[in-house]
Design a protein around this ligand. Sequence first.
Ligand code: UDP
Length: 476
Amino acid sequence: VNSNNANSVSTVVAPFNQPYVSSRKTVPTRQAIALISEHGDPAAEIGKDAAGGQNVYVRQVGEALAKLGWQVDMFTRKTKPDDAAIVQHAPHCRTIRLVAGPEQFIPRDELFPYMQEFVAAFQAFQSKEGSNYPLVHTNYWMSAWVGLQLKQQSNIQLIHTYHSLGAVKYQAVPHRPVIAATRLAIERQILEQADCIVATSPQEQETLRTLVSKEGHIEVIPCGTDISNFHTIPKAEARAALGFDVNDAIVLYVGRFDPRKGIETLVRAFAQLKVETGRRESNGKAAFDPAKLRLVIVGGSHPDSTDGLERARIERLIHAAGLAEQTVFAGQIGHASLPLYYTAADVCAIPSHYEPFGLVAIEAMACGTPVVASDVGGLSFTVVPDETGLLVPPQDPSALAQAIERVLTDELWARKLRRQAPIRVQQNFSWSGVAVHLSDLYRRLLAQSISNTLFFDTSVAPLSEKQDLSPLHKDV
Ligand code: UDP
């Protein structure tokens, strides 16, 4: 709706016999919207302090939506006293860190009691800025609860992305944490009461329908990747930059240290691969020297947190399997340097037990690296077997080892995968493409909200700046 439409709609509701006077005092610049990500700080360093896909998603979506003309405010919880309260990412995109609970890292399972404070801080921020967000897009179940409270208090359009699903997570854990029942209830409530759920893959949509509720509106809009950053580089160049040999057979893992990520399965697969290649070598049939096998593990960890414990456990496994000399722990690597790791690798392994989407798969593919992934969740959607990589059953070291071996040994076929993988990403998973879909969804929901208001309440005031649907100005 442009301002002409807005005026014509408003005239309909202006009181009889009185000239219509717009309540708008100034010409609006942009429609402001709020993205809420209570624990995934969009301004955080990725790959550290449990920062992963959710942080990347919110930040990239936020920046891309701002380019499409929205004013994007991304809200998260402040976890360090020295962190800035507001981080401006681009002229119309910022992260706002709200104080809710102590300004320190709090594990996710202990965070919910501070969400009431988060709601109050959000509302205080709105009052201070004199703005109201007609549309709120929440991420993860605790933000969903925040969104549901806001929706009870004012007429907002509420959109939600899960990122992780309690119903799946708790299937695999022997002891459910105390918070589990609350989480499951809120995950159901948000599906049934939000204006729209954004599932990032058809598989996630199916899981929601099977495990959470048959009610509620879901649209599938995938995650994306920054294809201007993640693209192909000559392999030899990347290896030279990172100090790897041209003859190395490199298997890469990128991600957080979390048992759900299945790094243990990869270590066991790698051990099998080494033994198998050694056996072939003694028969004179090895495609490469087993001593040249390298397992490169990229991801940050903190000795005192859960990711530090998982890294220590993985290191113990590696030592026990006699793989220490062939394994490189690269630590946390930023997105600027990650393309070097992806392109240097022969294969990127994603051995997750479950993955709602799995950004690493599309990042690797965008760099032309074949992906061998567990056939679960979003990975079954992004990785096309025989075209961009292979899918294997989760938690199956032998299947993973065989798939990795095929990529390492079938040179002609692997070359075909390398060519096709970036094309799939460019065509389906760019952030700018994702943001266009989200922007279209937001517009439809805001338009629907206004038409509902007009239909049900004819005494409604003329359209205010708050209700203007269009983001108005596009960045060039
Ligand atoms: N990542 C990174 N540096 C690291 C490790 C991971 O930038 O050292 C990024 C990775 O590139 C990806 C994100 O963290 O963008 C992980 O997202 P994914 O969806 O694969 O997993 P999640 O963390 O959401 O479980």
